[in-house]
Ligand binder design. Structure first.
Ligand code: 5GP
Ligand code: ZN
Length: 113
């Protein structure tokens, strides 16, 4: 089972900020910004490539959750970035689809180093 599935099942601890029947959000263990939250579907979807037509509602729901978390964290007006890494060149390390929500400081331009 992947690490994020273990978090969903409560087998690994996480600082959870949001949960419903389909989605979970928790603080990244290695934050890259003052606010760095991961928003994930509870069901195991390995990568963005694996999103299917039947997941359209779920993905839309994830974005409504993201903007509510951003508001709750007080960064909706200052601004934030939402990021998805896919596969090797995208730098994906955990193969359970997740959306990085980053903010709390000026993030600068997008960097591809
Ligand atoms: P990726 O590179 O796959 O897009 O990002 C994976 C993210 O998951 C990284 O930012 C990493 O710090 C985070 N991460 C990896 N393992 C854990 C964990 O066990 N708990 C939490 N909260 N975050 C994790
Ligand atoms: Zn998983």
């Amino acid at each position: 089972m992947c690490v994020f599935c273990k978090i969903v099942k409560g087998e690994l601890p996480a600082k959870v900020v949001y949960e419903d029947d389909k989605v979970m959000a928790f603080h990244d263990i290695n934050p890259q910004a003052p606010i760095h939250i991961l928003v994930i579907p509870k069901k195991h979807i390995p990568t963005l490539n694996d999103i299917s037509e039947k997941d359209k509602e779920l993905i839309g729901h994830i974005f409504t959750v993201i903007k509510e978390i951003a508001k709750e964290a007080g960064i909706d007006q200052s601004g934030y970035r939402v990021l998805v890494n896919c596969n090797r060149d995208g730098g994906q390390e955990v193969f359970h689809l997740h959306f990085h929500l980053l903010g709390g400081k000026p993030l600068g331009p997008m960097v591809c180093s």
